[in-house]
Write a protein that binds this ligand. Structure first.
Ligand code: PMV
Ligand code: MG
Length: 348
């Protein structure tokens, strides 16, 4: 193998099917779907670091020693997430007794259309992709579990206030059931312990891959994009004080029921769960359902379709599960009239 071989990798996007906001509390569960719109990377060893992402219109270069100084000032603001991932990976490589060498890293597929973000998890995807790229450069094969832990480590270190459900889904590249861990506890460990021991410790989460049974369920998974970008971390700060025990209990029931309904291809139960989770979110806080998201859901009226907002809300995307081909066409038409774009379709 030539030393300078260019290696390619990709990571998907994600959307919440159920359990958003509730999942922010440790021990609660969510179901999250991979969206097969991909971010791609190319990586090869080089004399100095050159890092480019099409999210920005310039590349950054760094000397080999830049990452040894561990000062955040040297990180270009736009590139700070990617640089943090590289810095954590340098620590990881040292643990494996590998020599840290600079590289070219190029990332494309920014998950935007006409400069508007799609809201399918680009920041999570870029972290997982950077880590995957470096691992493949060193020929290291690691489990999805370690990929999840390393990527979460990067985000937690940066003070990210998310549940890491996005990272779980993107690391596995599949539809998943996710039960969240105690982030406060792990953040404390990150501050006080080595990377090696943090990775070794049981974080007490669960990630299980789920499968729709295509033979039993004739269903189309549809994603409607509102073209209104929303910032999850801001919405979390607005909504978090509205989250109470009742909400957590109700959502947890729904997520557990939905997990079983997916396994059993139980259409009435799937519809009930999606509709009820949507209602709970609508009642949780008024900033979740923007006007367009309300229209997106109301478009399912009288059709064999269930629909809800997905993720933090306030814009971005909503999802629908359609059990009838003709109704699928009707909802897509209605969405179009409201300026909601059909972003993604997958047959279950
Ligand atoms: O809007 P999204 O796809 O970033 O989802 C956010 C989901 C929340 O539960 C509100 C936050 C989180 O990180 O879990
Ligand atoms: Mg969102």
């Amino acid at each position: 193998m030539s030393k300078n071989k260019i290696i390619t990798n990709q990571t998907c996007g994600k959307l919440y099917i159920a359990g958003e906001y509730s999942i922010l509390t440790a021990g609660q569960s969510a179901i999250i779907k991979n969206i097969n719109i991909f971010m791609t990377s190319k990586i090869n060893f080089a004399d100095k670091y050159t890092i480019f992402s099409d999210m920005f219109d310039y590349a950054i270069t760094l000397e080999k020693t830049a990452f040894d100084k561990k000062t955040s000032q040297i990180f270009d603001k736009n590139y700070s997430l990617i640089c943090e991932a590289i810095s954590v990976m340098n620590e990881y490589l040292k643990l494996q007794n590998l020599e840290i060498k600079p590289f070219n890293l190029e990332i494309n597929g920014k998950m935007e259309i006409d400069d508007i973000k799609l809201g399918i998890g680009s920041s999570g995807s870029v972290v997982v992709l950077t880590i995957k790229s470096i691992l493949s450069l060193y020929n290291l094969e690691i489990s999805k579990e370690i990929l999840f832990k390393l990527s979460s480590y990067v985000l937690l270190k940066r003070g990210d206030n998310g549940s890491m459900g996005d990272i779980a889904c993107i690391s596995y590249g599949n539809l998943i059931f996710y039960k969240s861990f105690d982030r406060k506890k792990i953040c404390e460990l990150i501050k006080n312990e080595t990377l090696e021991s943090v990775l070794k410790i049981n974080w007490n989460y669960e990630i299980s891959e789920l499968h729709f049974n295509k033979n039993n369920l004739n269903c189309n998974f549809l994603v409607g994009w509102t073209k209104e970008p929303a910032i999850s971390s801001n919405l979390i700060n607005i909504v978090k004080s509205s989250i109470d025990e009742n909400f957590l209990k109700n959502v947890e029931h729904i997520v557990q029921d939905l997990r079983i309904a997916i396994k059993n291809s139980d259409k009435p139960m799937i519809k009930k769960c999606i509709n009820e989770n949507g209602k709970l979110l609508k009642n949780l806080n008024e900033s979740i359902y923007s006007q367009k998201l309300r229209k997106l859901v109301n478009s399912a009226k009288k059709l064999d379709i269930c629909a809800k907002s997905s993720g933090a809300g306030g814009g971005d995307c909503g999802i629908a599960l359609s059990f009838d081909g003709n109704d699928t066409k009707i909802i897509i038409d209605r969405w179009e009239q409201y300026g909601i774009e059909l972003l993604y379709v997958e047959k279950f």
